[in-house]
Structure formats: C-alpha cells, structure tokens
Design a binder for this molecule. Structure first.
Ligand SMILES: Cc1cc2nc3c(=O)[nH]c(=O)nc-3n(C[C@H](O)[C@H](O)[C@H](O)COP(=O)(O)OP(=O)(O)OC[C@H]3O[C@@H](n4cnc5c(N)ncnc54)[C@H](O)[C@@H]3O)c2cc1C
Length: 434
C-alpha cells in the first residue's frame, strides 16, 4: 500500500526490521543485529534513552536529567545498519506490514515492539489521576521536582497552618522499589536539605507518607529485605502505612480504606504499571496488564513476523505464570537473544528459547541504606555494603562514559555535602495539565 506521507527511510534493498522503542530492550536488539544483513529502523517518541532506575534522583534534585538520559542517535552511531526516526507510533497494521506514526507511515518485514510500560492508575478516574504525580519519564521527574519546590514557595506565603502543612506534606503510594526509593530520598531532603533552604518553615510539621496495600514493602523481594527496608525507611522519618489502600484523591486529600484521610498537595502514584500496547494487534495477543502475549522466542501470538520484548512482552511459563517482571535485565536479555534468533531465522537455523538469567534484585532506601537479594534468594545484604553495591551496579549500567562520570561525581558531592544542588524550578508545573 502506498501512503501519502512516510518516514523517508532509504531503500537499501535489504529486508527491514523496525524496532519501536529505543529503551533497554530496543537498544540491545539493535546492537545484536549490527552485523545482520538487515536494515534496522529504530523509532522512538523521544530522541534519548531514559535510565529509569535513577529518575527518582532527578525528581528529588540529586541528579541532572542529562546524566540519566542518552541521545539515541549517539547510541546508534556504532550500528552501521541502523537508522533512527523520532516519531510516536499510533497504529500497527499487520495486514499490510506497516505502522502509522505521527510523522508518517513505514512498512516492515519484521516488527519488534519494545515500547515498555506506562503508569497504571487502575480504577481512578482521569479527574483524580490527573491530580497525582507519576514517575515514568524525565518530564515526569522534572515536573515532580518543580511541583514539590513550588509548594514550599507557596507554604512560605500562607498563614493558614493546615494549608501550610498540606503544601509541605508528600504522599507516596506504592511500596515497591520506586516508592521506597522516592520516599527515602524525600525523608532525607526533609531531614538535611529543605530546612537549610527554607529556614522560615518548620519541617517538623512536614510528613512524608508511604502507603502500601500489602503487608510488606518491596513485595517482590525476600521477606528479610522487606523487613530491613521498613526499618531503614522509618529511620529516615517516613510514615509507613502497610495494608492500606488509597481509595480516593480529591482537593489534595487522600481517602484511605481505613476511613482516615491525609492531606498532601503532592501525591505520587507508584503503585502500578501496565504495558504501553499500541492499537492494531488482534485480541488473541492481548495479555494481562495491557501486555502482549509472546511465545518463548518472543514471537507475538498470532503473527509470524511481529515480536515483543521487555516490559510490553508477557511470556507465560511454568516458572513465570504472570510473565517476567518488568525489569531492565529481562528487557536486555530478551533483546539480545531475539537479535541472535532473528539472524538464525534468516539463516534457517534452529532458534533458542528464552531463559531468564536471574541476577538478583536490589533497592536503595537512602544514604548508606539499601537491600540486596542474591540470585535465587541464596543470600541477602543490607545497610552500607548493599548501598555501595547498589551504587556500583547502577553507575556501571548507565549508558555513556560521561553519564557514569557525572553521576558518580554528583553522588560523591552530595554524600559529603549533604546538599543536592539541583533545586531549580525551571519550568513551573501545574497539576492536571496533561
Ligand atoms: C521509576 C522507575 C524505576 C525503575 N527501577 C528499576 C530498577 O532499579 N531495576 C530494574 O531492573 N528496572 C527498573 N525499572 C524498570 C525498567 O526501567 C524497565 O523494566 C525497562 O526500562 C524496560 O525496558 P523496555 O525496553 O521494555 O522499555 P523502556 O526502557 O521503557 O523503553 C521503551 C521506549 O519506547 C518508547 N515508546 C513507548 N511507546 C512508544 C510509541 N508509541 N512510539 C514510539 N516510541 C514509544 C519510549 O519512549 C521508550 O524510550 C524502573 C522503572 C521505573 C519507571
């Protein structure tokens, strides 16, 4: 089919593989295909890769956004058969092997979905969720940073004590790694940084709340790490509410399932993610949490030339009845293997099924405090050693030497000075704008 507007990709005479999403999985498969006789077209709505595990540090003023993002054109420079287009994919048309983007159409021989996930607000109505902050992108992190700081500026100007407290309070919903890391960082800010910037405000009145619907924090980790994280985070002055559901959020007030209500102008929702599925695929591949069902070769159910990797892919197996966790190692391992399998497929060789290599899991709570579970839960670390391990792993996983260096120097500076320097309101944020 000929379309009026296309993405102007040169015809190299090679088969074309289109990767939607230049995140952890998308970059890994592109690298794995660098020697393949294929044209690889990477499409992303951003022109950079986001290192999501450190977003919370941008949101709390510890790191600059440029140090956790990496330009995709630069990342793809070393892949001679790769071409990048910045565009948002709106629709997939499997019947004519093409995709529609906001900038035009593109045809493919093979299609790889590596679009990641988005925030799941579950049954909250749009008028409620639009009042909540989320943390999935650099833009979200900068909005959160601005909004929290704007609220302190406002708190200085009001003589209504209840309004002042509501402006200073922060509620984090979801006791997974993101919620714990954010709440811990906010607790540290309350203790060490904000009182220096706002000496006229009484920070004893500021409350950082962390709400978790289940009976423990970091539910995907071992009970020992959950217990440790609870102890650590309480040490940072965070009020932890376990077994507590947030049932509503209106006019800066959270309603809880226990009948109580909490006033906090800043409410951060980290309690759920779901696949960022794109329209056009048949219902046979629609999996739980808006993910796309794939087989053990990452092939999307019902299609021979469409694949999905990373957060968007739901590969159900005996050991993973709900699919793999939405974590970076799963996306990277699937991306690498799928790249190798596509080369095998083109050469008529047998394919290798995916097997997740468990590297263990870790989460940081704050200064000197983190938890680590070794692969298969065969051992656990806590405290300072775990914190060093967390920093090391995150620093080496960052993309780009400059980013690794800047992040490590930033951490050293913040550690010795008890002072994050990036408390700038560059672009004021207004709730509910989008
Ligand atoms: C705050 C936070 C903290 C995290 N911490 C950790 C951690 O500590 N350890 C860990 O292992 N994992 C962590 N994760 C999860 C990890 O980041 C994801 O599992 C990983 O990024 C998934 O990789 P992916 O390639 O599937 O998707 P992503 O890396 O999210 O990449 C998806 C890409 O697709 C693009 N895209 C999406 N839709 C479209 C579209 N329609 N058109 C064009 N482009 C599109 C996006 O712009 C993005 O660049 C965290 C996630 C978050 C949000």
């Amino acid at each position: 089919m000929v379309h009026e507007k296309d993405l102007k990709i040169p015809n190299t005479g090679q088969k074309r593989l289109v990767v939607i999403g230049g995140g952890f999985g998308g970059l890994e498969i592109s690298n794995a295909l660098k020697k393949a006789d294929l044209q690889v077209v990477v499409i992303d709505k951003h022109n950079y890769l986001t290192f999501q595990p450190l977003l919370y540090q941008v949101a709390t003023g510890g790191l600059e956004p440029g140090s956790i993002a990496y330009p995709l054109r630069r990342a793809l420079r070393s892949i001679p058969n790769a071409i990048f287009r910045m565009a948002e994919v709106i629709q997939i048309s499997p019947e004519d092997n093409s995709i529609e983007t906001n900038n035009g159409w593109l045809s493919y021989d093979y299609l790889v979905l590596a679009v990641g996930s988005k925030t799941n607000f579950f049954s909250f109505k749009p008028e409620e969720s639009s009042q909540m902050m989320q943390l999935k992108s650099v833009t979200n992190a900068l909005d959160m940073r601005s909004f929290i700081l704007q609220n302190y500026e406002k708190a200085l100007l009001t003589s209504d004590e209840l309004e002042k407290e509501s402006l200073m309070n922060v509620a984090v919903v979801g006791g997974g790694p993101t919620g714990v890391e954010l709440a811990g960082a906010l607790g540290e800010m309350k203790n060490h940084i904000l009182p220096k910037d706002y000496p006229e405000l009484d920070f004893r009145k500021m409350q950082v709340h962390l709400f978790e619907a289940s009976s423990r924090l970091l539910g995907a980790m071992s009970p020992i790490s959950s217990d440790r994280s609870l102890k650590y985070i309480k040490g940072f002055g965070v009020n932890v509410w376990l077994d507590t559901f947030v049932t509503g959020y209106k006019d800066g007030v959270l309603s809880l399932n226990n009948g109580k209500s909490i006033s906090a102008q800043t409410m951060i929702w980290t309690a759920g993610v779901m696949g960022a599925r794109i329209d056009g695929l048949g219902t046979q591949c629609h999996g739980p949490a808006n993910r796309v069902l794939v087989d053990e070769m990452n092939k999307v159910t019902g299609y021979e030339n469409i694949f999905a990797i990373g957060d968007i892919a739901c590969m159900v197996s005996e050991n993973f009845p709900k699919g793999h966790a939405m974590v970076a190692p799963a996306a990277m391992q699937q991306g690498k293997l799928l790249g190798e399998n596509i080369i095998k497929m083109m050469n008529g060789k047998p394919l290798k099924p995916f097997e997740y290599f468990d590297k263990g899991s870790m989460a940081t709570v704050g200064r000197n405090k983190a938890v680590v579970d070794f692969p298969g839960n065969k051992g656990h670390l806590g405290g300072f050693i775990a914190w060093l391990a967390w920093m090391f792993v995150h620093a080496i996983t960052l993309v780009g030497f400059r980013n690794k260096l800047i992040v490590m120097v930033g951490w050293l500076y913040n550690y010795f000075n008890y002072d994050q320097t990036l408390r700038l309101i560059i672009r004021p944020f207004k709730k509910g704008k989008g």
